[in-house]
Design a protein. Structure first.
Length: 337
């Protein structure tokens, strides 16, 4: 309802939020708050950041939208600290505008709309861990965008979107836009080593499609042997399938990491050997009858020119990786178009 001829009342943001896995006292989080004691510290720490959480809405006469939020200053060691701190408005064709903001105990940002009903998406500044308190249309009303298929994506810092210059540029966001899906990003920088508690949490989440993209940190952060990663991948898939026996599932093996491809870790495994072990575990499960599981080998999807620091993709690399995932999902019959 319009008040003062210009703005609607503040609306509960809940129906507008997308990419939400769990809520902890009203704040979106990316690991089950009731199961945190079983997760490694680094997983739990990254799960507090609302990566991929966004607002999606349609406009009905509104020429702007206001968003009320709280945001904090990112920590000094947070790798996201140098990224742009702004609210980015997107429509079907791409980014419309960005409005720069500062951390605040409570503030309101106003974003002008380009006209038309949308749908529109607003990506908040993830590094500030913003908590959206409300939104309202200016000059008209806004309404939640229609629901879309829910795509749960699990992986490491590459999935979390590191070295993409905007939240909307990470490969899960790129692929989700192309597919028209509601992307739920469970990427945990420095983690995602096949933790079985994470597999059980994924099994409990509602999902129309699943993608698993871990393994790189099994070469370095916590060294795995190839046999260990083979068995871990088998166990991880078994647990996920207990909650999602027929859900389409894409396994993306580690992408190129030049310094690790032929370099043994402390258990003697190269990244190439670890990748082979993951892929063999997936192929064995497919051969055993899992017809809803698809493997996308990651080794040749990116080249050195796509890597910002020899490990994480730049914006171009995230675009290439996201579209490769889209192609694989569509070829498997899991994506429209």
């Amino acid at each position: 309802m319009i008040t003062e001829g210009t703005a609607t009342h503040w609306l509960d943001p809940g129906p507008f939020l997308r990419g939400v896995a769990w809520l902890d006292k009203g704040r979106p989080v990316r690991a089950d708050p009731a199961d945190g004691m079983r997760l490694p510290w680094d997983t739990g720490e990254r799960a507090t950041l609302p990566i991929g959480v966004r607002l999606e809405f349609t406009a009905h006469g509104a020429h702007a939208v206001e968003i009320r939020y709280r945001a904090t200053v990112p920590g000094p060691t947070d790798a996201l600290r140098d990224l742009a701190h702004g609210f980015a408005l997107w429509d079907r064709h791409g980014v419309v505008r960005e409005v720069w903001t500062e951390p605040a105990a409570e503030a309101v940002v106003r974003i002008e709309l380009p006209g038309g009903p949308g749908p529109f998406t607003v990506h908040p500044p993830e590094a500030q861990s913003p908590l959206i308190l409300g939104l309202r249309g200016i000059g008209g009303a806004v309404a939640p965008a229609p629901p879309a298929p829910r795509w749960v994506v699990h992986g490491d810092s590459i999935t979390e979107g590191w070295w993409s210059t905007r939240p909307a540029h990470g490969w899960p966001a790129v692929a989700g836009r192309a597919l028209g899906w509601d992307t739920v990003n469970l990427g945990y920088a420095g983690a995602a080593r096949g933790e079985l508690a994470t597999a059980e949490q994924i099994a409990s989440l509602p999902a129309d499609v699943l993608t698993l993209a871990f393994g790189t940190n099994c070469w370095s952060r916590v060294p795995f042997s190839a046999p260990l990663l083979y068995e871990t991948t088998r166990a991880f898939l078994d647990l996920v399938r207990q909650g999602h026996p027929r859900t389409p599932l894409l396994l993306l093996s580690p992408v190129l990491r030049p310094d690790a491809e032929r370099t043994p870790n402390r258990l003697g495994a190269t990244l190439g050997a670890l990748r082979d072990a993951m892929e063999r575990a997936a192929r064995d499960r497919i051969a055993a009858g899992d017809g809803r599981l698809v493997l996308l080998p990651g080794r040749d999807l990116l080249g050195p020119q796509h890597l910002e620091d020899g490990l994480h993709p730049n914006d171009g690399g995230h675009q290439v990786l996201g579209l490769a995932v889209v192609t694989a999902l569509r070829r498997a019959g899991f994506g429209a178009g």
